[in-house]
Design a protein around this ligand. Structure first.
Ligand SMILES: Cc1cc2nc3c(=O)[nH]c(=O)nc-3n(C[C@H](O)[C@H](O)[C@H](O)COP(=O)(O)O)c2cc1C
Length: 336
């Protein structure tokens, strides 16, 4: 058996598998079941930047009632009044989770503009959060907002959250940065401890019959994982920030791939919402079996083995290989 212990954000975890930010925050029994099934830590859903609360909560409540899953999966969803939580109920929930669960509880803030709201980070620390995950969920819609101004603003937010607290802060990013390593260097310089790669955007689709936009959360599939693997493989050993995968982890092989790319922790949400807490036990067993079969006795040995720095054929991660791949493509879907 592979030793699955890991250290994420300075916290000793018995497993790298972490319950990611989700409405499960609202369901203590489900979270206890996740911990019994092997979760190494739990991330709460986000507390949003004050000035966005009304709008974002309304959006989430709307989205949450339209989650695109079958009836069986839906039964695993807690009722979603949690998205209406203000900061005082959030703090109470944090205290409750912290005292009821045997694993670290990580609070989550979601915001993009520097300001007084970042002071809430201190309350989260006081209420017992083991760490803070800061989600920089940003959508540039104003043509005068350049990548530079947007990124500088985000780094200011990182700096002001970090300066409020003595607990570690991880930053959850979107996949859409033109120069991710440079931005990550800025996150590191601003004092963060870890990265969560990546956010998913919940994009509106179109209802052509009604000629309107319709928003719904479609749960992820494993197809969303490779963009995370690529980013982690590229960043491994090139940043001191620890990395957690978030997005597309549904099987033990998905989790093993995240570790081999350089992840210290692996967050899971969609699999839990679709399958229930037992998904964690299944993913843990599958991952353990896979890593053990590969000959790894610990996660530390496996971490980053297929990163850009370490993979035997690391050029596969790079552009040249992409060009060769496209040129060699045959209609069978295989390359020559
Ligand atoms: C219904 C739902 C609610 C979510 N709420 C939050 C949230 O409050 N804060 C956050 O940072 N991420 C939130 N997420 C995103 C997840 O934490 C995770 O990053 C994303 O679902 C990708 O992981 P997965 O493929 O395992 O689902 C939410 C996801 C879902 C499906």
């Amino acid at each position: 058996m592979t030793d699955l212990t890991t250290r994420w954000l300075g916290l000793d975890l018995h497993s790298p598998l972490v319950v990611g930010a989700s409405p499960l925050t609202d369901d203590l029994d489900a979270l206890k079941a996740c911990v019994d099934a092997g979760a190494g830590a739990v991330v709460m859903h986000s507390l949003f930047e004050e000035q966005l609360i009304a709008e974002q909560m309304a959006a989430h409540r709307f989205i949450d009632s339209r989650i695109n899953t079958d009836a069986e999966a839906r039964s695993f969803f807690p009722e979603s009044e949690v998205f209406a939580m203000g900061s005082s109920s959030y703090l109470k929930r944090l205290e409750q989770l912290q005292s009821s669960l045997d694993v670290p509880v990580i609070a989550s803030l979601n915001g993009i503009s520097p300001g007084g709201w970042t002071q809430h980070a201190r309350e989260l620390e006081d209420a017992g959060a083991s760490a803070i995950e800061l989600n920089l969920y940003d959508l540039a819609t104003d043509p005068s907002d350049t990548a530079t101004t947007l990124e500088q603003r985000q780094l200011e937010v990182v700096g002001s959250v970090v300066e409020q607290v003595s607990i570690p802060v991880s930053i959850k990013l979107s996949p859409f940065y033109s120069a991710l390593p440079a931005f990550v260097a800025g996150v590191e310089a601003a004092g963060a401890r870890g990265l969560v790669l990546f956010n998913r955007f919940y994009q509106p689709t179109m209802d052509l019959d009604e000629l309107e936009l319709s928003r719904e959360v479609v749960l992820s599939t494993s197809a969303e994982l490779p963009v995370r693997l690529h980013a982690m493989a590229m960043l491994f050993n090139r940043t001191t920030l620890e990395m957690a995968a978030s997005g597309g982890v549904h099987t033990g092989d998905d989790a093993a791939k995240a570790i081999l790319s350089g992840a210290t922790a692996v967050q899971v949400v969609s699999a839990l919402l679709a399958e229930g807490p037992s998904a964690l036990a299944r993913i843990t067993d599958e991952m353990n079996q896979r890593l053990t079969t590969m000959g790894y006795t610990s996660l530390i040995e496996a971490r980053g083995a297929l990163s850009l720095d370490n993979a035997p054929n690391a050029q596969t991660w790079e552009r040249l290989n992409y060009a060769r791949l496209l040129q060699g493509w045959q209609s069978s879907g295989r390359t020559s």
